[in-house]
Ligand binder design. Sequence first.
Ligand code: FAS
Ligand code: PHB
Length: 389
Amino acid sequence: MRTQVAIVGAGPSGLLLGSLLRAEGIECVVIERQTPDHILSRIRAGVLEQITVQLMERLGIDGRMKAEGLPHGGFNLADGERLIRIDIEALTGKQVMVYGQTEITRDLMAAAPSFGLEIIYGVQDVALHDIESDAPSVTWSKDGTEQRIDAQFVVGCDGFHGPSRRAIPDAVGRSLEKVYPFGWLGILADVPPCNHELIYANHERGFALASMRSSTRSRYYIDVPLTERVEDWSDDRLWDELEIRLGPQAAASMTRGPSLEKSIAPLRSFVSEPMRHGRLLLCGDAAHIVPPTGAKGLNLAASDVHYASQALVAHLRTNDTDAIAGYSDKALARVWKAERFSWSLTRLMHRFPEDGAFERRMQVAELDYIASSEAARQAIAENYVGLPI
Ligand code: FAS
Ligand code: PHB
């Protein structure tokens, strides 16, 4: 087999990139380990920045998102009884779109045939070869047969545990990581949200987030120690904890219901540099991870894909090598700003085991400052809606 761009991974990064390249007439093939149903069963991001909305618009597959998504003009930080609203629309003139990653992925999967995007699911033993040459290739096995595809470029969209990042030699690649001492226990339930906007809460018992997927489907989280197991958390125990941490006002309007999904996700900040080596580019979680507090993970994948698709089209159409050469620095400039915002909001809204009275006082002082300063709220707002591309 031969193509122009071989893409490893059919999550949002791989599907967005493949669709954008096909829309520009670039030949590409996506190689994916899991089945479509497995990918759709993973409950992840819920808030879209404008860049993610714009890519769906550019592809002409924004119809369902516009019909079912919820544009939000603000979100809330709760600290005990206090609720601080960040009016992102008044402070930035922009909104975010509440529309689950699962639905983005579903829309991209449904549109793939119309783009002529070939996706090969259920592959094993994916390996990347000759990425430092101008003739890289990817091999894999499927149904007992070895397969190989030759390409001009390979893009690793295979998430944190995929093989692509590891194809960059140790002498070239370097990574920075911070592992947080807690995870997020999330629940998805077909109940109306307790509030029309998101609430991030810093309670003495820990963090909580009230989010949603629609006016009839809610998504909630609490932070739990890494020793916790999801089987130790009955629905009732989790609903009880959410009511306490989100406070009496939210609790009064909270509706309980059986969990459709319940899982614990570990939190880490991670960046692998560079995001390109030779003819291999990395996009999304293959290159970086953020704690979900800032709702940045999926949206960083979208900006990486935006830059990567522009660079690949420039090179493959007009042999413009500068765009490819500049991809990593351009993507990383935005990645690091999102890493900072996600880390700082995680620091502000969680109780860290090693924190003492001084650290808690710093959190209270920062929340007091945000409550009293439009400039402070504007800084949060412009990061939350997404910094310029
Ligand atoms: P993904 O990990 O989504 O996709 C990678 C794809 O590559 C997968 O389909 C995988 O099967 C495939 N793959 C892996 N290894 C392979 C191999 N060897 N061969 C072939 N294919 C392979 N972000 C937010 O903004 N908000 C959230 O609330 C949020 N919650 C999250 C919860 C969890 C548990 C996780 C893990 C992430 C969460 N994220 C959240 C971040 C998440 O949304 C990612 O940013 C997003 O999935 C990134 O998309 P991709 O880069 O496509 O990576
Ligand atoms: C979600 O709805 O899953 C969600 C929303 C905002 C976040 C994290 C997760 O910051």
